[in-house]
Write a protein that binds this ligand. Structure first.
Ligand SMILES: Nc1ncnc2c1ncn2[C@@H]1O[C@H](COP(=O)(O)OP(=O)(O)O)[C@@H](O)[C@H]1O
Ligand SMILES: [Mg+2]
Length: 334
């Protein structure tokens, strides 16, 4: 087991490999000597590696395991990939962490199988003393292009808004549109890259690297979770369920995603983009973080016109500036 000072040390190394002894001494109220001894112990245990000398000394987390495999998509099953590739790597981790990996990994491999149209699917799994990181990649149609085409969206960035809402699927006969929504919330880092776009981001550094050109075709999903995470899949499902129910009834929509660079949210057509499919939820939390102001027509379309047409969906605006609050109140009073 890793004790708390060691965990702090590993996190410091993960953030930045330079000046670790000084930063560790400050973080733990250790002497420089005690911090250096802790660093030597971590190296001896094979948790971190040291390169360079003097001022050039740099520490990195050691990869304790790494596997990768390329599969033919035809005939592939996500359970088989889980069993043969990732399950052995996370076998000794706590049950809640294994459950998260099983859920997210099989959902993302299933997506590559069912939605990408790619001939090959490739996946990498790597683990260090702090976290495990997994990549699932295909060279198929590309997720944002596929959604853009299916919804005839003007801009592929609108696909990201639809994924953020959840319950979006291009194959309603066989799918429910929950995999990306819940996976994106259950990991510490979850990132989908396709073309030049990213879905969802985290400030964490990409310590573990894979070779993939930036303009590669297809879709790449990156997932990362601390090995001692206390999160559970259940707590994430419960967060978006109606009370006493197990259905996916609630969503949180970052309104900012409806706003492109330098654009203000003023028009009814912008509002219609935002409220598209809201009626599939019982509660929609509208997170206005990062939105300074909204226009009267935009607000009216969301909070009066939509609300009147869909009284069973409750809209809950949060993180409003005074200006936004004012516009919302005006629309509701109208
Ligand atoms: N690897 C992929 N390549 C192309 N499109 C994808 C890929 N993964 C997901 N998608 C698109 O994203 C949608 C949402 O995925 P998801 O949230 O897992 O829901 P579901 O699989 O139930 O449809 C899919 O319906 C599909 O249109
Ligand atoms: Mg899916």
């Amino acid at each position: 087991m890793i004790d708390d000072p060691m965990r702090t040390l590993l996190k410091l190394v993960s953030d930045d490999g330079k000046n670790v002894a000084v930063r560790l001494a400050a973080a733990q109220d250790f002497s420089r000597q005690a911090a250096s001894a802790k660093l030597r112990a971590a190296v001896a245990k094979g948790l971190i590696a040291k390169t360079g000398v003097g001022r050039g000394v740099e520490y990195t987390l050691v990869e304790t395991s790494r596997v990768s495999e390329e599969y033919d998509r035809a005939g592939l099953s996500e359970d088989r990939v889980w069993q043969s590739l990732l399950a052995p790597i996370v076998r000794d981790l706590p049950e809640n962490v294994r459950d998260i990996w099983r859920y997210g990994f099989t959902e993302m491999v299933n997506n590559a199988i069912d939605h990408s149209g790619s001939d090959k699917i490739k996946t990498w799994c790597a683990r260090n003393a702090l976290y495990t990181q997994v990549w699932v990649s295909d060279d198929g149609e590309g997720i944002f292009n596929k959604i853009q085409k299916a919804l005839q969206l003007y801009d592929p960035r609108e696909a990201i808004l639809e994924l953020a809402k959840g319950k979006f699927t291009t194959d309603p006969e066989r799918h429910s549109g929950e995999g990306i929504f819940f996976s994106s919330k259950v990991f510490d880092l979850f990132d989908i890259r396709s073309g030049s776009l990213h879905f969802m981001h985290d400030d964490g550094r990409d310590d573990l690297l894979i070779e993939r050109p930036k303009n590669a075709p297809g879709t790449l999903v990156v997932m990362r979770l601390q090995n001692d995470s206390e999160r559970t899949t259940k707590e994430i499902f419960d967060k978006f369920a109606a009370p006493e129910e197990y259905t996916f009834a609630k969503t949180i929509v970052p309104v900012k995603l409806g706003q492109y660079e330098g654009e203000k949210l003023v028009s009814r057509s912008q509002a219609k983009r935002l409220i598209f499919r809201f009626e599939k939820f019982r509660t929609v939390i509208l997170d206005f973080a990062g939105v300074e102001e909204i226009g009267q027509a935009f607000s009216d379309e969301v909070f009066r016109v939509f609300q009147k047409a869909h009284p069973d969906t409750s809209l809950v605006p949060v993180n409003m500036t005074a200006a936004v609050k004012d516009m919302v109140s005006r629309a509701k009073a109208g």
